[in-house]
Write a protein that binds this ligand. Structure first.
Ligand code: SF4
Ligand code: SF4
Length: 433
């Protein structure tokens, strides 16, 4: 794509990067074919090619965003299916990030929207605050019929129960056997409030295979939620803090990896090096790169670095398991084969969901902010899952678990719960028979 940035514009490193991305696009429109919002809305500006043009126009002409542009940028799920499809290798991920930052800097949203976004940006990254709001919501739940529709939608996603972790808090979980490696585990923000069993299973399977697990208590939100809202300053504050903490731990313990069991967060951690590519301190740039390099999805690490001891599956019932590949995992991190390979080793029948490259509508805060599109995507996802008739669904992202469970009674589990069970851990509570 031809671009017409002026020389002084290209001196801005952010513009410079985006210009290089834009020049790669050959306008072929192949990305539209796999874009969920283009499929649903059928409008050029609701697909990746249209959004690329909108961002180019804003950046090139130094134009502030307006309500129309903001709508089309906001409708993007950041699912990155377009990146997987693009034959020219257009780095849409970093272009849309720049577009979102530009919108946030130059457009004043209507007050209610601003308020909602600010509340989400404060509440979701804080487990304690999220839990408090959920408790208060439960008290007022009977009165929710009086609330506006977008609040009602948000309340739908608030947990009614708060399951407890079966493991005591421990900064270091040591294996009973010889230590073969040491890792840090990111335990997530909302995840540890609504599904502590995911972290329990992660710790159990890792320690059972000789891996020492470090959990930094004061680690903050990975920054993903605010980063994808274009709230650059608050995201960077969280990320900088985490980079310093993890890097200190890496140096002290000689960590083999930082493991993530929430794939949305994993995609952001793997991007820390890029996010801070222009940081004035070269030492910090190096640290950010190192954290990205160390980051692995837990299934990626188990597949590549550990030989799991699967127990005899013939003793158990054989299940039909549908694998839902979270977008952040398959498109964001290009981790797809590894969890499928590991699940196949459990001896069950593993099925990939038809149109599995299409998002379920979860996408961070997307199902809260764009309920209509998210609801349509959920309907399509559940229809496709039902075609397989599975006993349950496995996936690697708590957001997808929550979203899909809103549309079906089929149990949804985290992949690591199954792998833990089939390597000697306890049977997940959600599997009844
Ligand atoms: S597929 Fe790639 S090159 Fe083609 S329009 Fe989309 S982003 Fe541009
Ligand atoms: S990230 Fe997803 S929703 Fe956004 S343009 Fe690409 S395919 Fe479409």
């Amino acid at each position: 794509m031809q671009t017409n940035f002026k020389k002084n514009q290209l001196e801005n490193p952010e513009i410079n990067t985006s210009e290089k991305i834009l020049r790669k696009c050959v306008h072929c429109g192949m990305c539209n074919a796999t874009c969920p919002t283009f499929q649903i809305l059928g409008d050029e500006l609701s697909g990746p090619r249209g959004r690329i043009y909108l961002i180019k126009d804003m950046l090139e002409n130094n134009k502030p965003a307006n309500a129309k542009i903001t709508k089309h940028i906001d409708q993007c799920l950041s699912c990155y299916a377009c990146i997987t499809t693009c034959p020219a290798g257009v780095d849409y991920l970093h272009l849309i990030d720049h577009g979102r930052n530009h919108v946030e800097r130059t457009y004043k949203r209507p007050i209610f929207q601003r308020l909602l976004r600010n509340i989400l940006a404060i509440v979701l990254p804080s487990p304690a605050l999220f839990k408090l709001i959920a408790v208060v919501t439960n008290i007022f739940r009977p009165l929710m019929f009086l609330a506006p529709s977008n609040i009602k939608n948000m309340v739908k996603f608030m947990p009614k129960e708060f399951p407890k972790s079966k493991l005591p808090y421990n900064p270091v979980f040591k294996p009973k056997s010889k230590v073969v490696s040491k890792v840090a585990l990111l335990t997530g923000c909302v995840q540890k409030v609504i599904s502590p069993e995911i972290n329990d299973s992660s710790i159990n399977i890792l320690t059972r295979h000789g891996i020492e697990v470090h959990i930094l208590k004061d680690i903050k939100c990975c920054g993903s939620l605010t980063h994808h809202m274009g709230k650059e300053a608050s995201a960077h504050k969280l990320i900088e803090f985490n980079i310093k903490k993890w890097h200190d731990l890496y140096e002290k313990e000689n960590l083999d990896a930082i493991l993530v069991n929430t794939s949305g967060c994993g995609t952001t951690l793997k991007d820390y090096g890029f996010i801070f590519r222009n940081h004035p301190d070269p030492k910090f740039r190096k640290k950010a790169k190192m954290i990205s390099k160390l980051t692995k999805d837990i299934t990626e690490y188990l597949d590549e670095s550990i030989k799991l001891d699967f127990i005899e599956s013939s003793k158990k019932k054989t299940y039909r398991i549908a694998y839902h590949s979270a977008c952040s995992m398959q498109h964001g991190q290009k981790v797809h084969e590894q969890p499928v390979k590991l699940l196949n080793k459990t001896g069950n029948h593993i099925y990939e969901i038809p149109d599995g490259h299409i998002c379920c509508g979860s996408a961070g805060t997307y199902n809260l902010m764009q309920p209509e599109i998210a609801g349509e995507l959920l309907k399509r996802k559940v229809n496709n899952i039902q075609k397989i008739n599975p006993d349950f669904v496995a996936t690697g992202n708590v957001g997808c678990i929550k979203q899909i469970s809103m549309g079906t009674k089929i149990p949804i589990l985290h992949t690591i719960e199954l792998l833990d069970w089939y390597t000697g851990g306890k049977k997940p509570d959600s599997i009844k028979s």
